[in-house]
Design a protein. Structure first.
Length: 154
């Protein structure tokens, strides 16, 4: 999966994230036109590699600290609360978790992939083995994803 986190109204530096399922590569680059931004990353461009499980654990711990602080301040039902509850439900539901993993393998953001194509890939994976599907390139939409979306000939 490769996504660009471009702020989307959040105060967040540009980070490119790519994962092969076992490791994540995080590429940081200085903010363009930093004098025009409220929040900016002014460090040097660099790439860090971290195990996916280590990253997930760090994100989980950070989100829990933030949610606890919000709750202590009687700030409830924020977007973070809603998204975190949804994520926990999906993680605890094996079918939902498999669907989201396949969606990511195919290079889509959550909820942005073609449901029919994702279900077909899950079906194919069940027949041919999940390892075959998980080996799709994780640096963007795979050739299979492009073909299934009609953007590349079969």
């Amino acid at each position: 999966m490769s996504n660009l986190l471009r702020g989307h109204s959040y105060l967040w530096p540009d980070i490119e994230i790519a994962s092969d399922g076992a490791f994540m590569h995080l590429a940081f680059s200085p903010t363009e036109n930093p004098h025009e931004k409220v929040f900016r990353y002014t460090g040097t461009a660099r790439v860090e590699t971290v195990a996916v499980e280590t990253f997930k654990k760090a994100v989980d711990e950070f989100a829990c600290v933030v949610l606890e602080r919000l709750d202590q301040a009687n700030i409830r039902d924020t977007n973070l609360h809603v998204i975190w509850r949804q994520l926990e439900r999906e993680r605890n539901d094996e079918a939902s978790a498999a669907f989201r993993r396949m969606e990511a393998i195919l290079g889509h953001d959550p909820g942005k992939g073609d449901d029919r194509a994702i279900r077909q890939c899950l079906s194919d994976a069940a027949r041919s083995g999940h390892g075959a599907i998980a080996d799709f390139p994780a640096s963007g939409p795979s050739p299979l994803a492009r073909r299934m979306s009609g953007k590349e000939p079969a």
